[in-house]
Write a protein that binds this ligand. Structure first.
Ligand code: CP
Length: 295
């Protein structure tokens, strides 16, 4: 199957082969290698994005694909057209693959069963964000050589995080030790059987400290705490960052709420891999699009 709907169902070998292929693309000196020259891909974002949308477009263009960009706000979705009819419309015009980001969870699985082109998940609700986790694993592997035995703490808004879920499923396939840390209101109880929730002091004693964005747009009743209160109890402040092991790396999928999840000075500190994560998104998405479309 050339679709990439999530990492929960993807084998360790398949994940590894995507990471290895991304390393090939990262090492490639030529910016344009048109192996997907005669292929058409539609990027269909029904929810806003900067990193994912542009790094998919960058990846697709570097492989020479013809790129169609769809944005819900400028489409007939505004007239009430459904997600299904939108994807079927683009499919009937002859696209070879679709990259799709959706607000609700679960819709993508149903959609993939009804269309014939490969679909690549660019984030669906709080379910999965597989290419983000792939670039995260790639970033960790670059820093530490291997994933087995790595202690990875995922800190923050676990409840709403597709990034946390995709990382959990993938990292555990490689034998990493995943822990969560979150205020009560941001915990996902169904994940507790897969990884323990620990306090912040225990969480920052790790090889990888992955901070998550507080997803204000998904909190139905608003944040219980203020931004200052969140920073004080769960933020990676300069003081906490100064106590990390010298080998610990700091990650965040971004966008970062600076001085809430991570202090301003920590975002671009030596231990931070936040901007390298964004750079790594391009070779990862090149590998994913090649897998989706190349004969
Ligand atoms: N990390 C991430 O998915 O960012 P965007 O929402 O900007 O794509």
């Amino acid at each position: 199957d050339r679709s990439l709907l999530g990492l929960k169902e993807l084998s360790r070998d398949e994940i590894e082969s995507i990471l290895n292929r991304a390393a090939h693309w990262e090492a490639q000196k030529e910016k344009l290698v048109p192996v997907l020259e005669s292929h058409f891909v539609a990027n269909m974002f029904f929810e806003n994005s900067t990193r994912t949308r542009f790094s998919f477009e960058m990846a697709e263009k570097r492989l020479g694909a013809q790129v169609l960009n769809f944005t819900a706000a400028a489409s007939s979705v505004e007239k009430g057209e459904s997600i299904y009819d939108t994807v079927r419309t683009l499919e009937s015009m002859g696209i070879d693959a679709g990259v799709i980001r959706l607000k609700p969870s679960g819709v993508l699985q149903q959609l993939a069963q009804k269309v014939n082109v490969p679909l690549v998940n660019a984030g669906d609700g709080n379910n999965e964000h597989p290419t983000q986790a792939l670039l995260d694993l790639y970033t960790m592997r670059k820093a530490f050589g291997e994933l087995k035995g790595l202690r990875v703490s995922i800190i923050g808004d676990i409840l709403h995080s597709r990034v946390a879920r995709s990382n959990l499923w993938a990292l555990q396939k490689f034998g990493a030790d995943v822990r969560f840390c979150a205020p009560q209101t941001m915990q996902a109880p169904e994940l507790a059987e897969h990884a323990p929730y620990v306090g912040l002091e225990e969480a920052i004693d790790a090889d990888v400290v992955m901070m998550l964005r507080v997803q204000l747009e998904r909190h139905k009743h608003g944040l219980i705490t203020s931004a200052e209160d969140y920073r004080e109890h769960y933020g990676l402040t300069e003081e906490r960052a100064s106590r990390l092991k010298p080998s610990t790396i700091i990650m965040h999928p971004a966008p970062v709420n600076r001085n809430v999840e991570v202090d301003d000075a920590v975002v671009e500190s030596a231990a931070s891999r936040i901007f390298p994560q964004m750079a790594n998104g391009v070779p990862i998405r090149m590998a994913v699009m090649e897998r989706a479309m190349k004969l």
